[in-house]
Ligand binder design. Structure first.
Ligand code: FUC
Length: 395
C-alpha cells in the first residue's frame, strides 16, 4: 500500500470514530497497513490492530506478536506525533537486533540473578540470556510469543484489544502453567490504559511489564536527553555490576538519580565517578515509587483508578507531556544507551543511541531472591492484576 493510501485509510478510521472532529483531529497520522503484519508465526496468525479514541483521534496500533505496541500517535503543538519506537512490518520485528521495542516482557520482567530462585523450598533454574542471568523472561519470553487477540469496544464505548497467552509449565524454566491477559484501552482523555490479569495452576513468580521505548520528539532518531523527567520516588534499588539488585534501597537525595523535580535526562546522565551511572552506562535502574514506601508526598495525590502518579516526561520542542500512573511498586527507567544506532525503524528513522526511554512499571528486579522486596509469587486460586496508564497532554 502506498503512503497516500495509508493516510487515506487513517483518515477514514478517524472520520468513522467521531462525527464532530476538530480541524486538527488526527492531523498527520500515518497508519501501517494490515498486510505488513499478516503472517503465520509458530503456526499462529499475526495481525495488527488499530485503536482510535473518540475525542482527539489519538491512535494506537498493536500486534499480537509479543502483545506489542507498534505505533502511538498523540497530539503535539504541531499535529500528531508517533511517540514509540518500532518497525513497519512483522518481518522487520522478527529480524530486529533489538527484541524489546514495544512488547510485554515476562514471565519475569528485568533480571533474575543466575536465573535461579527458590520457591516453597525448591530451587528452580531458569534459562539464562545475559551474563549468566535471566533478562525479561529469557530468550523465548512473552515478547517472542504470538498471543491470541480480541478487539472490542468496552462498556464505556472505548476501543480496546485483549491479548491472551498460555505459558506452559516449565517454559524458560518457570513452574506452573500460567494464563496471562493484557488489555490495551484508549480512553477519551488521551490515556493508554494497560491492564493485566494472570492465573497459574502451580506456585510461580511473575512480573510482566510493558517495554516500550518512548520518544516525545515523535522520532526515534532525536536524542531524548532534552526530555524533562520527573520520577516520584525518594529511593532506588542499588545494583551490582551486572545490574542485579544488591538488596539495598538507597536514597536519591543529592545524587543524579533524584528526579523529584523535573530535570533534563541529559543534565546528569554522564556524571563522572558516580558508580550507579557508571555501572548502567547511564540510567538503567529501578526507582522505588513513593506510593508503596514513603507515603504522603503531595505529588502522589493523583490517584487514578487505583494507580498512582509514578513519573512525568515533557519535551519542550513538541509540547508533549506523558504521565505514567501505576499500582506497581517500582519503575525501571532505561535511557536507551545500549542501542547501536544502526537499526532502521518506522518511516526509515534510525533507532538512535539515547533516543528512546523505557519507563517500565513493575515489581523490583530479582525480587524472588530478596525477602525485603515485594513478593512476586502467584499461587493457584489467586489472580495477579496490574493497572498502568500512560496519559498524553500538550503544554
Ligand atoms: C531494560 C534494561 C535492560 C535492557 C532492556 C532491553 O529493561 O533494564 O538493560 O537493555 O531493557
Amino acid at each position: 500500500m502506498t503512503r497516500n493510501l495509508i493516510k487515506a485509510a487513517a483518515a477514514a478510521v478517524l472520520a468513522l470514530s467521531c462525527a464532530a472532529c476538530t480541524e486538527n483531529k488526527g492531523t498527520g497520522i500515518e497508519l501501517l497497513p494490515e498486510e505488513a503484519f499478516a503472517k503465520t508465526v509458530d503456526g499462529k496468525n499475526v495481525a495488527i490492530y488499530t485503536l482510535t479514541n473518540s475525542t482527539t483521534g489519538m491512535t494506537a496500533q498493536l500486534t499480537n506478536y509479543g502483545a506489542r505496541l507498534v505505533q502511538l500517535w498523540v497530539p503535539s503543538t504541531d499535529g500528531f506525533k508517533d511517540v514509540v519506537w518500532g518497525y513497519d512490518s512483522i518481518d522487520a520485528y522478527l529480524n530486529a537486533g533489538d527484541k524489546y521495542s514495544g512488547p510485554v516482557v515476562g514471565r519475569y520482567g528485568n533480571r533474575i540473578k543466575d536465573g535461579k530462585f527458590t520457591l516453597d523450598g525448591k530451587e528452580y533454574q531458569l534459562t539464562v540470556n545475559e551474563n549468566g542471568n535471566q533478562l525479561h523472561g529469557g530468550a523465548g519470553g512473552f515478547s517472542t510469543k504470538v498471543w491470541d487477540a480480541e478487539q472490542f469496544t468496552d462498556a464505556d464505548g472505548n476501543p480496546a484489544v485483549k491479548m491472551t497467552l498460555v505459558s506452559e509449565d516449565g517454559e524458560e524454566g518457570y513452574p506452573g502453567k500460567l494464563t496471562i491477559s493484557v488489555t490495551y484501552t484508549l480512553k477519551p482523555a488521551n490515556e493508554l490504559v494497560i491492564d493485566y490479569t494472570a492465573t497459574t495452576d502451580a506456585p510461580t513468580v511473575l512480573n510482566p511489564t510493558s517495554h516500550v521505548y518512548y520518544n516525545l520528539h515523535g522520532t526515534s532518531s532525536k536524542s531524548t536527553d532534552s526530555h524533562l523527567m520527573t520520577i516520584y520516588a525518594d529511593s532506588f534499588t542499588l545494583t551490582d555490576s551486572e545490574l542485579i539488585p544488591t538488596g539495598e534501597i538507597a536514597p536519591v537525595e543529592g545524587t543524579p538519580m533524584d528526579f523529584r523535580t523535573a530535570t533534563a535526562i541529559g543534565a546528569r546522565i554522564d556524571t563522572p565517578d558516580y558508580e550507579p551511572l557508571a555501572i548502567g552506562k547511564g540510567y538503567d535502574h529501578n526507582w522505588v515509587l513513593n506510593k508503596h514506601f514513603l507515603v504522603q508526598s503531595k505529588q502522589n495525590d493523583a490517584l487514578k483508578d487505583g494507580a498512582y502518579m509514578a513519573a512525568q516526561v515533557y519535551e519542550p520542542s513538541t509540547g508533549i507531556v506523558m504521565t505514567v500512573y501505576t499500582d506497581q511498586p517500582g519503575l525501571q527507567f532505561y535511557a536507551g544507551q545500549g542501542m547501536d544506532g544502526k537499526e532502521i525503524g518506522k518511516r526509515g528513522e534510525i533507532h538512535n543511541v539515547r533516543s528512546g526511554i523505557a519507563l517500565e512499571a513493575q515489581n523490583f528486579p530479582d525480587a524472588p531472591n530478596h525477602e525485603n522486596f515485594p513478593s512476586s509469587v502467584l499461587r493457584p486460586g489467586e489472580t495477579y492484576t496490574q493497572h498502568t496508564i500512560y496519559t498524553f497532554a500538550v503544554k
